[in-house]
Design a protein around this ligand. Structure first.
Ligand SMILES: N[C@@H](CCC(=O)N[C@@H](CS)C(=O)NCC(=O)O)C(=O)O
Length: 229
């Protein structure tokens, strides 16, 4: 039986753009597990409340429900050890945890600022009031003020990717010789931007662009085939 994934959607239910849900989509594909996605919107909190979560991704695997993309990755790794490994062992898991924390605390907030009005524009109208109120409370500014000056902010974001460029100059994937969950984490961020906005985060000659191209092709082009705006 396929695993169910509650997956953030825009007004167009086919537009799936959450960076965290993309981590989970990639992790499920990496494990070769079938998934049935359910489009979820911010107004649908009652649909995931029974699973003890207020955010997506949430997966339901038979009797088990797991929320939070990191917890889901660990669940998949520990529940399906005979399938391709997401982490490549305990030190790989520990290092991926660092990438996860870096993406969550540094990269995703920076990207979120750049894209906030693009995200807002694609949401279902039923999500507009909640999204504006919750994000304006988070940033302490209007969405318009958060988004202002994005050219300048883009330069800072590109500089923040420096460690990734350095790693990719030595090895093809963050995971080393093969993609690992660390790659899926960062890919989730870039796929978020790619799906929700035409604002390009990466320069064409950035090594991350070439890496993203290879990530887009994994698992029969799962990322490549996503609906974009
Ligand atoms: N730490 C969580 C973060 C998940 C998260 O922030 N999800 C967003 C969508 S991208 C969400 O569901 N937000 C609900 C809300 O803001 O009310 C994870 O890694 O899964």
């Amino acid at each position: 039986m396929a695993i169910t994934l509650f997956d953030l959607a825009g007004a167009d239910p086919a537009l799936r753009f959450s960076p965290y849900c993309w981590r989970t989509r990639m992790a499920l594909a990496h494990k070769g597990l079938a998934v049935e996605t359910i489009p979820w919107r911010f107004a649908d909190k009652s649909r995931i409340a029974p699973y003890g979560s207020e955010k997506v991704p949430v997966i339901v695997d038979g009797e088990r429900a797991v929320g939070d993309s990191w917890a889901i990755a660990e669940y998949l790794e520990d529940t399906y050890p005979e399938r391709p490994s997401l982490f490549g062992g305990s030190s790989g898991r520990a290092h991926a945890r660092f990438i996860n924390a870096w993406a969550d605390s540094v990269i995703n907030p920076a990207v979120g600022r750049l894209l906030i009005l693009d995200i807002y524009a694609q949401l279902d109208p039923g999500d507009w009031a909640y999204f504006r109120a919750s994000r304006e409370a988070r940033f302490g500014q209007t969405l318009e003020a958060v988004a202002a000056g994005r050219g300048q902010r883009l330069r800072a974001l590109r500089e923040a990717f420096a460690p990734v460029r350095s790693v990719l100059s030595h090895q093809p994937w963050l995971g080393g010789a093969a993609p690992s969950y660390a790659d899926h984490i960062l890919f989730g961020t870039l796929q978020w931007a790619r799906c929700i906005s035409r604002f390009e985060l990466l320069a064409t000659d950035d090594p991350l662009t070439e890496w993203r191209g290879r990530m887009l092709g994994l698992f029969d082009g799962l990322g490549q085939s996503a609906v974009t705006v």
